[in-house]
Design a protein around this ligand. Structure first.
Ligand code: ATP
Length: 309
């Protein structure tokens, strides 16, 4: 499709015995904020590094912004921004010096360079800290500086690898506002996360497990397509009831929420609310709307179950 900024087919990376990314098919359209959701080690960083042209795939076809990778990776460099998982700027340079260093790396010159740095200091609320050493800033401030640096050359496509793992909830919210500002200006964004609330903000997302894409769609559609019923139950003894519910073949999972359990029941069961009341120790049951965590548990847990059969 002409609107696609990323097209990958069968993208695979093998590290010895480990298949870090396994036959990944991906289409990301212009202007989308697209999420990779998955636990540590599921292959998010490896996939991102292949899509930025930094890592050679073992197999598969990748086209990013119309460039074929890895062949044309050097042409991609000026068109993309990449914010790595760890703070990759210089602790012993000031905020302004870090931005100037990056501006030079992208060949920004003279008045344009100065005004672009001033603009970024203002956008990312760093003007008052321009002369502060980056190493002395808080986690949230460092993330803002890293985002300013990753966008200094106004990339069309931005890769962010778990950008908020080291920041508090308020700074995470602010950071996401900045991402939507960029998206509104036409920047396409691929962001990896293991936070459900962040994944839910994406226009679309892929759920990854052990290098495999288990599902991908908009969060709303993923929730609408959930292949099970979600019921919250009140129980007398939550730990033992959880264990007995989870051992039932029609129950995908039972997650404890304080004194209640959130239970995913197979769609083959008629009226899961009433059905759950027949279990010993279940005193009340109420069907609730699915959330993204239910989707995650369902699409990943289901395969685990298949694999153990
Ligand atoms: N250079 C490497 N050599 C060998 N194995 C690797 C290498 N890089 C990644 N792996 C393995 O590939 C798998 C996927 O790792 P990856 O870092 O892509 O996952 P991730 O989802 O980004 O997790 P995290 O958030 O912890 O970085 C893991 O099993 C990891 O140990």
């Amino acid at each position: 499709m002409s609107d696609a900024v990323i097209n990958a087919n069968g993208l695979t990376k093998q590290f010895g015995e480990v298949t870090a990314v396994n036959q990944l098919d991906l289409t990301i359209n212009k202007g989308e904020v697209y999420g990779f959701l998955g636990p540590n080690g599921c292959g998010k960083t490896t996939a991102i590094r292949m899509l930025t042209g930094l890592l050679m795939p073992s197999s598969g076809d990748v086209s990013v912004l119309g460039l074929s990778l890895p062949k044309q990776a050097n042409l991609l460099r000026y068109k993309i921004g990449y914010m790595t998982q760890k703070f990759s700027l210089y602790d012993d340079l000031t905020v302004a010096e870090n931005l100037a260093f990056l501006a030079d790396a992208y060949s920004l010159k003279g008045q344009y360079k100065r005004s672009r740095i001033d603009e970024l200091l203002a956008i990312y609320d760093l003007a008052a800290r321009a002369n502060q050493l980056a190493g002395s800033m808080s986690g949230g401030q460092k993330q803002r500086l890293a985002l300013a640096g990753a966008t200094i050359h106004k990339p069309e496509l931005l890769f962010l690898d778990e950008p908020t793992s080291a920041v508090d909830p308020e700074n995470r919210r602010d950071f996401w506002e900045k991402l939507f500002d960029l998206s509104e200006l036409g920047t396409s964004i691929l962001v990896s996360t293991h936070y459900m609330d962040e994944a839910e903000r994406c226009h679309k997302l892929a759920i990854l497990e052990k290098g495999i894409k288990r599902a991908d769609d908009s969060p709303e559609q993923l929730m609408a397509n959930l292949n099970c019923q979600v019921v919250e139950v009140e129980v007398n003894n939550s730990r033992s009831t959880k264990r007995s519910l989870e051992s039932h073949q029609h129950i995908h999972s039972a997650t404890q929420l304080g004194a209640r359990l959130r239970v995913l029941v197979d769609n083959s069961v008629n009226d899961a609310e009433t059905w759950l009341l027949q279990f010993d120790d279940v005193v009340a049951a109420k069907a609730v709307r699915p959330n993204l965590e239910d989707v995650f548990v369902s699409v990943t847990g289901e395969r685990n179950r298949e694999q153990t059969i």
